[in-house]
Design a protein around this ligand. Structure first.
Ligand code: AMP
Ligand code: MG
Length: 328
């Protein structure tokens, strides 16, 4: 049985107790729902991989209530301090080298000598983290390879029966995952587009490189081409709808679709990001009954948070490996 907890004082206290006991608790953040485990407890962290069917090589982001506690676990550079001050709490994850005194389970960073850290900008998440009093490792609360959950109901559908509790903080405002920025070397690198825009980061610290390693390399496993693939394949940049397609619209919908989800009828990128995963889930669920086999996605401007939307759509349109999570 998975407990449903309200984000009341009692609900948060119960969630914190469960986490401290080593149980798995999903909780709301401003990006997507996370599947939390005490990051210092090896068996709790191992249970996250089992609950999600997640490949062991894919490391987890550790969540902290404030920047000082977070930065104590890593080797901090001046750039890291500036970025943390400017963007935390918020939808940005920093990758830095583990400090020698770092108590995070090695499994959480999947054997890498680096750690991904974040201070979420969501009141419920932060008071939960304060009460746990330990870092909480939390990947998105979905089964591996599926789109991230943005409501407690999505989490229930993905992981109900596999985890101890879900702390319901309502729908996620940002709706796409955090931006992942690697600050381990002189040259900052973008490992994943997300809720903090690259433009805002570059305004603060200058040019950020896109990671140019081999596709599917281990540098940031979340970059695997089909990591966020939903059930139906997506055709991006659609300017007309085929008979066998559902429509993911942005702005005025294209005519002729029998199933439509509009990300934002006003063409607002933030609204579109917050509705993206719910939209993909909705189309996925309803398409088969109508004989639809693909999603036609209208073009979304590729700036600001639009880059994160296009990144997730690109993954949803990538060819799928036969066994989703077995790629190197
Ligand atoms: P999720 O599991 O959906 O929360 O995504 C976490 C993302 O952070 C994935 O893209 C991971 O590959 C990435 N990540 C976590 N830890 C590290 C790390 N130490 N180095 C590079 N990327 C990381
Ligand atoms: Mg994920």
């Amino acid at each position: 049985m998975t407990e449903s907890l309200h984000a009341s004082r009692d609900g948060i206290r119960r969630a914190a107790t469960l986490l401290r006991e080593g149980a798995l608790v999903a909780f709301a953040t401003e990006t997507v729902y996370g599947l939390g485990a005490d990051a210092t407890n090896d068996s709790a962290v191992a249970a996250v991989f089992v609950a999600k069917d997640r490949p062991r090589f894919n490391p987890l982001i550790c969540h902290y209530p404030d920047a000082n506690t977070a930065l104590a676990d890593v080797v901090v550079s001046a750039a890291a301090r500036r970025v943390a001050e400017a963007f935390w709490p918020g939808p940005l994850t920093l990758v830095l080298r583990r400090a020698s005194r770092c108590s995070i389970s090695l499994l959480a960073s999947a054997g890498l000598d680096t750690l991904a850290l974040r201070v979420p900008g969501h009141d419920v998440a932060r008071s939960l983290l304060q009460q746990v009093g330990r870092p909480v490792a939390a990947p998105s609360a979905n089964r591996s390879g599926r789109v991230s959950p943005t409501t407690a109901q999505h989490v229930q559908a993905e992981l109900g029966g596999r985890i101890a509790a879900i702390l319901d903080g309502g729908p996620c405002d940002v709706g796409v995952e955090s931006t992942v920025l690697d600050l381990c070397s002189e040259q900052p690198k973008l490992l994943r587009a997300g809720g903090t825009t690259i433009e805002a980061i570059e305004n603060l610290i200058g040019p950020v490189a896109s990671y140019s390693g081999a596709p599917n390399s281990i540098r940031s496993p979340g970059m695997l081409a089909s990591h966020y693939a939903p059930g139906l394949p997506v055709r991006m940049g659609a300017t007309e709808v085929e008979k066998d397609e559902a429509l993911l619209a942005f702005g005025s919908p294209l005519p002729g679709a029998s199933l439509v989800f509009n990300l934002s009828d006003q063409g607002d990128l933030s609204e579109a990001a917050s509705r993206l995963f719910a939209g993909l889930r909705m189309l996925d669920q309803n398409a088969p009954a109508l004989g639809l086999i693909r999603v036609a996605a209208m073009p979304v401007p590729d700036h600001g948070i639009g880059r994160a939307i296009n990144d997730r759509l690109r993954r949803a349109s990538a060819p799928r490996p036969l066994k989703e999570d077995s790629c190197p």
